[in-house]
Design a binder for this molecule. Structure first.
Ligand code: 13P
Ligand code: SF4
Length: 317
């Protein structure tokens, strides 16, 4: 029997996934940081905020989350009656893992008069200890929804927290000391070199990056905000300082523009990739849909407490 080429194999896998989706009444939600192949089988592609809103309103029986663990947990929190599948349970997040619930509970106990704002990149147990969740799209609005005199804990990303602190001038905000390994690793030297080589390019930066990187940005924003900015700004070239998966959507939306990925300090591929997001594969999606496992299962009391914090966020935006 003749061997299938790689593209025939990929096309056959995509066909299998689409027929499983139909027969099982499943929907695939994917983050922009997954691979282009994975993005191509998604029913909905979005950043963290859009994905949580979509997870809440879908009427499918199964949500397959093409993303990382905390995202699938968020979907289950918001849609407890649906079966939520995550193709690889190893797809974690260095940021979420930098904030363990027991340590966070002890930290929170030191600031009894503080309200807690936490980024959705946290475990469900940390969300259950939170007053209002946020994503990078709405962190500013969420923080500003509290009266200025209200002291806050912001967790777990120290870079996003510091950025919001600088924007709002709020000095009564305590930051948890966590970070994302992808966004922390960009090299300032390489970005400055790219800026010299492409003087007309705009530099777009995710707020999970370090302060000295944010300072050289022309635009700072979440994944969705960066995508929109590249469409509305008149520039033809952009230096992209965030996870490289976003490039596929940029090139699809704006084929006449040029996108240059910024490299991290220590890079072999020349761009910055989240190894957890890349654990989601077409084979993994096919197997998870076929076998209806691995499934996200949550403790109901913890889920309810986490749901309150996420619903508060959705009310704000
Ligand atoms: P957003 O999707 O909010 O831009 O967050 C980026 C991220 O790191 C997701 O893990
Ligand atoms: Fe977590 Fe960073 Fe990967 Fe996003 S890019 S999932 S914050 S490790």
């Amino acid at each position: 029997m003749p061997q299938m080429s790689h593209s025939e194999y990929t096309a056959a896998l995509k066909e299998e996934i689409s027929s499983l989706k139909r027969s099982k009444n499943a929907v695939i939600l994917a983050h922009y940081y997954t691979t282009p192949d994975v993005q191509s089988v998604a029913d909905f592609l979005g950043d963290s905020l859009a994905l949580s809103q979509q997870a809440r309103k879908t009427d499918a029986r199964i949500i397959l989350f093409a993303g990382v663990h905390f995202m699938a947990e968020t979907a289950k929190v918001l849609s407890p009656d649906k079966k939520v599948l995550l193709p690889s349970l190893d797809a974690g997040c260095s940021l979420a893992e930098s904030c363990r619930a027991d340590e966070f509970a002890a930290f929170r106990a030191k600031y009894p008069d503080h309200k807690v704002v936490s980024y959705v990149n946290t475990s469900v147990e940390v969300k259950a200890l939170t007053d209002v969740c946020c994503t990078s799209s709405n962190a500013l609005q969420v923080v500003e929804s509290f009266p200025r005199e209200q002291p806050l804990i912001f967790a777990p990303d120290r870079n996003l927290g510091g950025y919001i602190q600088r924007l709002t001038g709020r000095d009564n905000m305590v930051l948890w000391d966590g970070a994302c390994h992808v966004h922390e690793e960009f090299s300032l030297e390489s970005i400055l070199k790219l800026k010299r080589e492409h003087p007309a390019a705009r530099t777009v930066v995710h707020p999970e990056c370090r302060e000295y990187i944010v300072r050289v940005a022309d635009f700072v924003g979440s994944t969705a905000a960066i995508l929109d900015y590249c469409g509305t700004d008149e520039a033809d070239e952009f230096i992209v300082v965030t996870e490289a998966g976003i490039l596929a959507e940029m090139r699809k939306r704006y084929p006449h523009k040029k996108f240059i990925p910024a490299p991290p300090t220590d890079s072999t591929c020349g761009c910055s990739e989240c190894r957890y997001m890349k654990m989601v594969t077409l084979e993994g999606i096919r197997d998870a849909l076929r076998d209806e496992t691995p499934e996200i299962v949550l403790d109901e009391e913890v889920r309810r407490a986490a749901a309150k914090a996420i619903e508060e966020m959705i009310k704000i935006r």
